[in-house]
Ligand binder design. Structure first.
Ligand SMILES: [Zn+2]
Length: 186
């Protein structure tokens, strides 16, 4: 009788431990998939790795069938969730990554959260990134930008202008004006 009680409390402890390990792994897979925006293939690999760990556990300890069924069910839901998320198209404005402002043509990217990053002026003729004629002396009156590829010359851009351009981009996205830009690729 005493032995049976001992055995059952041991099984309970194993179940609790197993459940917590499985839950932690499942959560980490979920969080990685959502935060890192990894593709479906990588997410599936992670899930497969997670299943193999679970199978090893089942073989090592005798796990009740209801736990196995719940775990399989959870994995199924996870795969469905990731697949649905992958199918959802990106917001259209994320394709708006180039436009002309004032005298320059600019190119930029978006961070995962949607902020504007890597805003840089590019050559209007060949789309090459521009270089500064004088990188060190910001107040050099002869300072200008030039295209290292086709030698076209452009006026230099101040940090204030860059910050203004960011504001214009945000405004064009919010008002929907970006859709009529010739540089917007649908
Ligand atoms: Zn050029």
């Amino acid at each position: 009788m005493k032995n049976r009680k001992l055995a059952s409390s041991r099984i309970k402890r194993v179940i609790i431990w197993f459940s917590s390990v499985m839950l932690t792994s499942l959560l980490s897979v979920l969080i990685t998939a959502f935060v890192e925006k990894i593709n479906l293939f990588v997410a599936l690999l992670l899930v497969l790795k997670w299943i193999s760990t679970a199978v090893l556990f089942v073989l090592t300890f005798r796990i009740p069938v209801w736990i196995i069924i719940s775990v399989v069910f959870l994995v199924f839901i996870l795969v469905k969730l990731i697949a649905t998320r992958k199918k959802k198209p990106d917001e259209p404005w994320k394709q708006y990554k180039m436009d002309c402002f004032k005298k320059w043509l600019f190119e930029w990217k978006y961070s995962i959260r949607g902020g504007i990053i890597g805003l840089e002026a590019i050559c209007k003729k060949c789309k090459c990134l521009l270089s500064s004629s004088n990188e060190r002396h910001y107040h050099d009156p002869n300072r200008h930008l030039y295209c290292p590829n086709c030698d076209s010359k452009y006026d230099s851009i101040s940090n204030k202008m860059l910050s203004d351009v960011k504001k214009i981009i945000i405004n064009r996205i919010e008002s929907g004006e970006y859709k009529s830009s010739p540089y917007f690729k649908k």
